[in-house]
Design a protein around this ligand. Sequence first.
Ligand SMILES: *Cc1c(COP(=O)(O)O)cnc(C)c1O
Length: 289
Amino acid sequence: MEGKDVRLFVKRLDLIHPLASGNKFYKLKYNLETAQQSGHDTVLTFGGAFSNHIFATAAAAKAEGLKSIGIIRGENTSQLNATLQQAQANGMVLSFMDRKTYRTKHEAQHIDQLREQFGRFFLIPEGGTNALAIKGTTEILTSEDQHMDYLCCSIGTGGTIAGMINAAKPHQKVLGFSSLKGNFIHQELLDLLETHHIGFQNKYELFTNYHFGGYAKHKPELITFIKKFKKETGIPLDPVYTGKLFYGVVDKIKSGYFPSGSSILLIHSGGLQGISGFNQRFNETLETK
Ligand SMILES: *Cc1c(COP(=O)(O)O)cnc(C)c1O
């Protein structure tokens, strides 16, 4: 990058699988394996109408020969959006849950009711973060990445960064860029790391000022950045996660955060499936590949 003596690398998890792409592939891997090993033929999970997690669960479950049920936040609309259409095409049974119930969806009474309604299923939480997911995201970094000084990723629930912190070497620092507004993620990640016994002393730093208004919100400068980045590098970014991450890292480079000579790895965690829905809603023209 001009004027700054750093090297930037991108790990393209968006390219590992046409449907179950990005970090979701890693988060689902051991969940689906465990579902099968424990004799389940169905997985059930939760998500919003544009959710990458819903999209990926449908695709990955199908590939593994499992049935899937998606509990979608909000009311059913007459026309399903592209995300839900594709999930349904991959065999996912969609069921809509009103927003009030959805807030307490993980409580036992609601789960019991879902079991009554749908029969036996393997439950994957909203966003997919649990111990099995973190086991999977620990595999995102490989021995090839050991010469990197900084490992940068986007944060939603924190399952991805938790695995990366677990895998990072002592000389490496993991930088997390939250796509959600607020500072709650500091405590949430600490809880996650402690629950899963992941050592984290001096291993990571979080940035919470690149949310562009909050989760799934955006500002013109983010969209301009994504388009410019695509033009210059050929790499498509999504406006919910990776666009904010890459913007943040470039901003940090400009402001001199990284010492001269640093090697910086950015994790492209996928999310490109959401772009067509985004374009439709906001009359935008972001590229999907
Ligand atoms: C889900 C998702 C994330 C966030 O992952 P968490 O493990 O929830 O923090 C980041 N990037 C993309 C593209 C995603 O779909």
